[in-house]
Write a protein that binds this ligand. Structure first.
Ligand code: FES
Ligand code: FES
Length: 151
């Protein structure tokens, strides 16, 4: 079945089953591989994208549930004010280790900063609690979000 979804400001027509997770549409149909597969069960946050600005687990989001909502992925988050600050802070604070979880981390952090320009530690921990990092970069992530907020 054909669906038209809006990704990073462009409309894309995709011919997939309606229950296909958005993650696989992005990666396998549209070739946007910045969004990662981790658990497939909404437990790790690696697949986080924004739908209408809200951080959303694309691994459990069926494509037929999206309608005309705007999807933003890691490929375009740097074009937003909050995303640009977060990405710069990630580089300044050298957050990344293996990198696998970091697309999702950046998407969650960008959504936080877009809605709250000066989050407290508790608010950072709450917003980031669904994003798992096997390399344990949590302390640098928190520092980078504070750095972005102060920039
Ligand atoms: S792959 Fe979606 S939350 Fe883990
Ligand atoms: S940087 Fe390796 S899993 Fe997070």
């Amino acid at each position: 079945m054909a669906f038209t979804i809006k990704v990073n400001g462009s409309a894309h027509s995709v011919d997939v089953d309606g229950d296909t997770p958005l993650l696989w549409v992005l990666r396998d149909v549209l070739g946007m591989t910045g969004t990662k597969f981790g658990c497939g069960m909404a437990l790790c946050g690696a697949c986080t994208v924004h739908i209408e600005g809200n951080p959303t687990r694309s691994c459990i989001t069926p494509v037929d549930s999206i309608g005309s909502s705007e999807i933003t992925t890691i490929e375009a988050i740097g074009a937003t004010a909050a995303g640009a600050k977060i990405q710069k802070a990630w580089l300044d604070r050298e957050v990344v280790q293996c990198g696998y979880c970091q697309s999702g981390q950046i998407m969650s952090a960008s959504a936080l900063l877009a809605g709250n320009s000066h989050p407290t530690d508790a608010q950072i921990d709450d917003a980031m609690s669904g994003n798992i990092c096997r390399c344990g970069t949590y302390a640098r992530i928190r520092e980078a979000i504070k750095h972005a907020a102060a920039s």
